[in-house]
Design a protein around this ligand. Sequence first.
Ligand SMILES: Cc1ncc(COP(=O)(O)O)c(C=O)c1O
Length: 331
Amino acid sequence: MNDERIPPIPFWIKKQVHKPCWSLRYIIKSLFRDDLEVLIKKINKCKYVVLTDSGSTALTLGLKYLKNKRSSDKVMMPSYCCKSVANAIISAGLRPHFNDVNLKFQPQLGRTKVLATVVPHFHEMKSPIKQFRGVVIEDKAQRMQDPLRGKFGILSFNIGKQVQSTGGGALVTDDKRLADFVSEHLGVQGFWQTTTQLINYLLMVNLRPLTFFVYNILNKTGIVHREEDITKRYEAVNKKEVTFQPKKINFIQKKLTQSQLYNSNPIFTQKTRPILVKCRYLLMQELAKKGIESEWVNYPLHLQKKYQKYTSEDLTNTEKIWKQTIITRKE
Ligand SMILES: Cc1ncc(COP(=O)(O)O)c(C=O)c1O
């Protein structure tokens, strides 16, 4: 069986991989208080928080600040990672350099001299912060509940994260100059961008079972067909240029994020589970029959055309585990 195929879509989803954790009570509560920054500060035990429209914006601006004190233009990051991180590095005018992860998805120390190392906590699991090369940046997009370690950390409230809004993010740090630099470089988000984000969010999360239902019918009639070849699929995505406009978080994002943080217990218990399996495609098919959604993530960046020009460490584990990993919801 060819493992390089995109997952089947469950006919009807009983268990979604990603689900927001909103309650009307907390949303209303959040409308009358304005303390998202205070909540984030408390969780991260840090002095400064700058709210942004995304984790990517926070990382881009944090890196731009570091770039002023430049020693190298390379930033180390795992190849087993979403491309937003590499795109943020490129947007900051720097170059990604890929390192490996171990079999617990924890980034490994590299050998090359770099300006900074981005250390993500993949699949809500804690990565140790060791003596990584250059300035250590903690990527808290997938796990945010621990105190900040590293020069600065980035948070994301996008789809698939612990706290989900219609997007949004933050930079956390103890360095006042860095926080001021990031605040000063943020622009205001346009009305259409906010509307598009909202529609996108509804389709991607809340109305997802419905869109899958329509998609399955269209698929059967042959009007649309699913691309089975991962490389081709990613080549098409890779053609897009990297352009980031660092923006502020908008009102809706802020309130939805805040409301979930009030309700923090269910958020900070691990909700998704990575499973390592030899033939993931078969397992995904079986899960889909039961209405359980699963997905694979992090097609290694060094295998994608757009990032092939960048340098890497030895990536043996990455090449091995990415093909064997799927994500499902835990409870
Ligand atoms: C590990 C990691 N870092 C950073 C990001 C970027 O966050 P955002 O989507 O808010 O730009 C993501 C999101 O996909 C991520 O998974």
